[in-house]
Design a protein around this ligand. Structure first.
Ligand SMILES: CC(C)(COP(=O)(O)OP(=O)(O)OC[C@H]1O[C@@H](n2cnc3c(N)ncnc32)[C@H](O)[C@@H]1OP(=O)(O)O)[C@@H](O)C(=O)NCCC(=O)NCCS
Length: 179
């Protein structure tokens, strides 16, 4: 897929270096359910993503560099038409609207071509950049769930419990949105 500044395409095994560029950074994975990747893990992950239709590589048109990824997967049961959206971008390319541009394209593709009925997204309330992005995309905050889980441990080995903001957007709302 193409937008004004971006190509959005499937992953390939050769993407591992660009993936490693950002997944190796602590601040990037802070709110993710995994830790920083080493080079070998990035190689394996790029290969795995190349056969996983939920992962989209977001690349600059100007030089083809992969600057981030979007996750867009149909939830079960499929009859409900609900898809989950996620995203991780290289900090070097944050703050320029690239995530907004790429996610808009995926939402448009989903609602207009994949018969998606509802899109959901979850994030940690502390992750302001993430929920600001969701609100730019016109998703609605539908809930604040307390201490829903943990991904990381503190220095004593205790779980760091996090809250979850839950967001949603219906196809009817997307089609009737005013930019
Ligand atoms: C969440 C994440 C993708 C948001 O990235 P981002 O760069 O803030 O989002 P965008 O690319 O849409 O850029 C928006 C910013 O660029 C600015 N901007 C500049 N030009 C813009 C344009 N043409 N269009 C939109 N925004 C533009 C906006 O004002 C905004 O800045 P602000 O937050 O200071 O107001 C990023 O922080 C990230 O990858 N974090 C680490 C992984 C993560 O936590 N993922 C989510 C887990 S739930």
């Amino acid at each position: 897929m193409e937008t004004e500044r971006l190509w959005i395409r499937r992953f390939s095994a050769e993407d591992w270096k660009d993936l490693y560029d950002y997944l190796s950074q602590e601040n990037v994975v802070k709110y993710e359910p995994y830790s920083v990747f080493n080079a070998d893990q990035a190689r394996t992950e790029a290969l795995r993503r190349s056969s996983d239709a939920a992962f989209w590589a977001v690349c600059l048109k100007s030089n083809t560099k992969l600057i981030g990824n979007i996750y867009f997967r149909e939830s079960e049961p499929k009859a409900f038409g609900t898809w989950e959206l996620g995203y991780v971008f290289n900090p070097e390319f944050q703050g320029s609207g690239y995530a907004t541009e790429a996610c808009k394209q995926l939402l448009s593709y989903g609602f207009e071509h994949l018969n998606v009925r509802r899109v959901i997204a979850k994030c940690n309330p502390e992750n302001m950049q993430s929920w600001k992005l969701l609100e730019r995309l016109k998703l609605r905050r539908e809930g604040h769930f307390m201490q829903t889980g943990y991904f990381k441990y503190d220095s004593n080995g205790d779980p760091i419990w996090h809250d979850t903001f839950s967001y949603g957007l219906l196809r009817s709302e997307w089609l009737n949105r005013v930019e």
